[in-house]
Design a protein around this ligand. Structure first.
Ligand SMILES: CC(=O)SCCNC(=O)CCNC(=O)[C@H](O)C(C)(C)COP(=O)(O)OP(=O)(O)OC[C@H]1O[C@@H](n2cnc3c(N)ncnc32)[C@H](O)[C@@H]1OP(=O)(O)O
Ligand SMILES: N[C@@H](CCO)C(=O)O
Length: 301
């Protein structure tokens, strides 16, 4: 419900057309209840799109959420303007002394590189280390999930033979866990990646639980037993048209991409993609905020 962002963030106008209640400096959140402070490390190149998607996913509970977007000092963004970043983003140094109720690390199109080759790897590892003491729960998406599993547990990623792209059905594996308890037995979610983490490597760590998995797409969700780390290898936050954009981009580049699986009516890319994962996305984000952030975070951060 009420979500607070900086004034003039482009996502605000889009989300208001969807009846999402957005606050800014001019119209503050209620001070009777401390808003949840969520830090978003946005590593996606087209950052404005991701801002809208994540704010939408975080807006489906009555909890008050105050979002801070973070950019990395060690990477100069080509695809998002400096003026947008300077206006709406902070550097790690500006928040290092603070504590946050939640943190999100997004995906990034760097999965074909070794982690250590990514120019912001060292800075990101500092943030992941800092989060152990300064963040109540962290949610990692796609490459962010692979990076978190590698940094915290040494879980490697592997190259797939072909790119995985489409909407896949995953079996929920442990209904006792609050993160997934209110999901249906099967959940749909988008995946879009060239690499994967594997069950056998995750199972070496007793404290990691695999919560949802698909025959075709592999692991969707993993969580540490204490709920401090949540890893989602897919993109539940993606919009209806996101995979369509990636497909056409790759087509235009001459990469001969496969049509995203289970996405267009009759696999016809000239039709409107069918949205069938939004409910699951809202439930996953709502459960994370409620059970792993709000219910366990200290009253005074
Ligand atoms: C696996 C997952 O997590 S999925 C998430 C990734 N998905 C997406 O990013 C979807 C949207 N992205 C895109 O459509 C494309 O990446 C585009 C169109 C924005 C750019 O594609 P290209 O022109 O081929 O590549 P380009 O040279 O601009 O680099 C793309 C991005 O790769 C990343 N990157 C490339 N090299 C490096 C590097 N050495 N270190 C760190 N990041 C790097 C950067 O994020 C860069 O974008 P940025 O500078 O705006 O942050
Ligand atoms: N989701 C990504 C995969 C690249 O890491 C894309 O197609 O842009």
């Amino acid at each position: 419900m009420p979500i607070k962002v900086q004034k003039d963030l482009p996502a605000k106008a889009i989300l208001e057309t969807e009846n999402i209640f957005i606050m800014d400096e001019d119209r503050a959140l209620s001070q009777d209840i401390r808003p949840l402070e969520i830090l978003i490390i946005n590593l996606m190149p087209i950052k404005e799109e991701t801002e809208t998607q994540l704010l939408r996913a975080l807006s489906n509970t009555p909890l008050q959420v105050d979002c801070t977007f973070l950019m990395l000092e060690s990477h100069t963004s080509k695809n998002t303007s400096a003026s947008h970043l300077n206006k709406f983003y902070v550097f790690f140094d500006e928040v290092r002394e603070k504590k946050f109720d939640g943190m999100i690390i997004t995906g990034a199109p760097v999965e074909n590189m070794e982690f250590e080759e990514v120019n912001y790897w060292e800075e990101l590892t500092k943030i992941m280390e800092w989060s152990k003491t300064n963040v109540t729960s962290s949610l990692h998406i796609c490459w962010g999930a692979q990076a978190g599993l590698y940094y915290h547990y040494g879980v490697p990623k592997y190259k797939r033979d072909t790119k995985l792209s489409g909407i896949y059905r995953h079996r929920v594996l442990d209904r006792k866990v609050p993160l997934v308890r209110s999901l249906d037995d099967y959940v749909m979610a988008p995946h879009s990646r060239y690499t994967e983490v594997r069950r056998a490597d995750i199972e070496k760590h007793q404290e990691l639980k695999i919560l949802a998995e698909s025959k075709e797409a592999g692991i969707l969700m993993v969580m540490s037993e204490d709920g401090k780390q949540v890893f989602i290898q897919g993109h539940p936050e993606y919009d209806r048209m996101t995979l369509n954009g990636e497909y056409h981009r790759d087509l235009d580049k001459g990469l001969n991409p496969e049509i995203p699986c289970n996405y267009y009516e009759d696999d016809d890319p000239d039709t409107m993609p069918v949205l069938c994962w939004r409910n699951a996305a809202n439930t996953i984000y709502g459960n994370w905020l409620n059970y792993y952030v709000y219910q366990v975070t200290p009253y005074e951060l």
